[in-house]
Design a protein around this ligand. Structure first.
Ligand SMILES: [Fe+2]
Length: 219
């Protein structure tokens, strides 16, 4: 007879959502608020739009690469280091942060399901909620079937099998998640805009292992 312990998940994997370390953290927003108010003008910075979405972004805008993002990035870096330590690193790791970008969702603004792996093969991504509006992120299990989704009518364990909205959704929330995880942003029902700061990270062993020929740089 099989020992029950042999087939149990570890406590760590019990905490993962669909096997993915999707994490939400409530931060003190005061430093980022002050930085944003002093240095960011979304009218002139966020001038592009994502396809199949209704959202203004600074992603890909030349001016974005003139922004000094050190204030939010220092805060995110500290949280990211804790996140990485919780994953149980098997060696000393370093992380390469991509230049972040800012999204603005006016009333009814939303974003279609997408992931962040991109051409630079990012490993992890982050999204900080500067202003929440009446809107939230929705993480999506790309492996969920319609049958799985129907089972949520019967079982609590299936409640978040297809869509997962973390409890933390307000101003000051930082999400950290694997870049390959699909996610969307629900339509903003508020007259107040939703504003987010997002970025990608690639992790590398400090010595040997994965090659670093393609460091993340602003383009
Ligand atoms: Fe995203």
């Amino acid at each position: 007879m099989m020992d029950r312990n042999e087939i149990s998940q570890t406590s760590r994997s019990d905490n993962l959502m669909w096997g993915q370390p999707i994490t939400a953290i409530q931060l003190d927003s005061s430093k980022i608020d002050a930085w944003f108010d002093e240095f960011i003008d979304t009218e002139t910075l966020c001038t592009e739009e994502f396809e199949f979405s209704k959202c203004k972004t600074s992603n890909g805008v030349d001016k974005n690469y003139t922004i000094d993002y050190r204030v939010p990035m220092d805060i995110v870096y500290d949280e990211f280091s804790l996140f990485i330590n919780d994953l149980g690193p098997k060696m000393q790791m370093s992380s390469a942060f991509e230049v972040p970008w800012i999204n603005v969702y006016e009333k009814n603004g939303f974003q279609d399901a997408h992931d962040h792996q991109g051409t630079r093969n990012a490993d992890f991504s982050w999204c900080y909620i500067h202003k929440a509006g009446d809107s939230h992120i929705v993480f999506k299990n790309r492996n969920a079937t319609n049958s799985d989704n129907c089972l949520k009518e019967y079982f609590d364990a299936y409640e978040a099998h297809m869509d997962f909205v973390p409890e933390l959704t307000g101003k000051g929330t930082l999400y950290i998640f694997p870049s390959a995880v699909l996610h969307a942003v629900s339509p903003n029902k508020s007259d107040s805009p939703r504003i987010t700061i997002s970025g990608n990270v690639r992790v590398l062993p400090q010595e040997g292992g994965r090659p670093a020929e393609s460091p993340l740089t602003a383009e």
